[in-house]
Design a protein around this ligand. Structure first.
Ligand SMILES: CC(C)(COP(=O)(O)OP(=O)(O)OC[C@H]1O[C@@H](n2cnc3c(N)ncnc32)[C@H](O)[C@@H]1OP(=O)(O)O)[C@@H](O)C(=O)NCCC(=O)NCCS
Length: 201
C-alpha cells in the first residue's frame, strides 16, 4: 500500500479532480467563506476568520502529505469553469497493515444538492480500491448531517455503528456514525455508479 499514487487529474462525467496548486488559494478562500455556515456545523477546521494563512497552510500540507503517502487531497472542479472551487475530497490510509482508508469531503454551498459529492466520491473510491489497493474504506459522519449520510447511502456504504463524542466542533463533542465499504462491495457498486453516470467506465 506504500505504492506512490499518481498526481494526474481524475475525471468523472461532470468533474475533474486534481491535486491542489498554490494558485488555488484565492478560489479556496472564496469557497470556504461562502460555505461557512454549513462547514462550521460539521468540520473542526472551519471558522469565520478562515483566510490566506489557513488556505496556504492547507495547500502546503496537502502537497507534503501526497509526497509522504499520508493523504491524497483533491480539488474538485468543473472543466468548463476550472477557476471556480467546487469542493475538496480526500482519501487517506488509516492502517497500512489492514489496508484500510478513509474518505472526507465538503462541497461549496452554491454547488450542493447537484450530486457533486457522490460523483467525486466515486472517483476517490476508485483511487482507494484500485490504486491504493485498499480492503476497506470508512466514512465518519456527524449525527444529524443528513446530506452526508445520504451520500454514503447512495454510494452503497454500510452503516456500522456509532462513535460517541468523537470530534469537537464549535466547542461541543459530536457523535459520529461509522460507514464502510469493503473491496468486494466496491466491485459490485462500481458497475452501478457507471450505470448512474456518476463514474466513467
Ligand atoms: C454533505 C455534502 C458534502 C453533500 O454534498 P452534495 O454535493 O450536496 O451531495 P449530493 O448532491 O451528492 O447528495 C446529497 C444528498 O443529500 C440529500 N439531502 C440534502 N440535504 C438533506 C437533508 N437536510 N436531509 C435529508 N437529505 C438531504 C440530497 O437531496 C441528496 O440526496 P438525493 O440525491 O437522494 O436527492 C455538503 O452538503 C457539504 O459539504 N456539507 C458541509 C460539509 C460536510 O458536511 N462534509 C461532510 C462531512 S462527513
Amino acid at each position: 500500500m506504500s505504492r506512490s499514487i499518481s498526481s494526474r487529474p481524475r475525471t468523472t462525467p461532470r468533474l475533474e479532480l486534481r491535486p491542489f496548486r498554490r494558485r488555488d488559494v484565492e478560489a479556496l478562500i472564496a469557497a470556504v467563506g461562502s460555505s461557512l455556515e454549513e462547514l462550521e456545523r460539521w468540520l473542526p477546521w472551519a471558522h469565520s476568520r478562515y483566510g490566506r494563512p489557513d488556505a496556504l497552510r492547507f495547500i502546503r500540507d496537502s502537497a507534503a502529505a501526497w509526497v509522504e503517502s499520508r493523504a491524497y487531497d483533491f480539488a474538485i472542479r468543473r472543466p468548463e469553469s476550472p477557476d471556480r472551487h467546487v469542493g475538496n475530497i480526500s482519501i487517506w490510509p488509516t492502517s497500512r497493515r489492514e489496508r484500510s482508508g478513509e474518505v472526507g469531503y465538503w462541497i461549496s454551498s452554491s454547488e450542493t444538492g447537484k450530486g457533486i459529492a457522490t460523483e467525486a466520491a466515486t472517483s476517490v473510491l476508485t483511487v482507494g480500491f484500485e490504486e491504493m489497493a485498499l480492503h476497506r474504506v470508512t466514512m465518519r459522519i456527524a449525527v444529524g448531517n443528513a446530506a452526508s449520510e445520504r451520500v454514503a447511502q447512495k454510494l452503497g456504504f454500510v452503516h456500522e455503528g456509532l462513535l460517541r463524542k468523537e470530534v469537537m466542533v464549535g466547542g461541543e463533542w459530536l457523535d459520529h456514525t461509522l460507514w464502510a465499504m469493503l473491496e468486494d462491495e466496491y466491485r459490485v457498486e462500481r458497475d452501478r455508479w457507471v450505470e448512474k453516470r456518476w463514474a466513467e467506465a
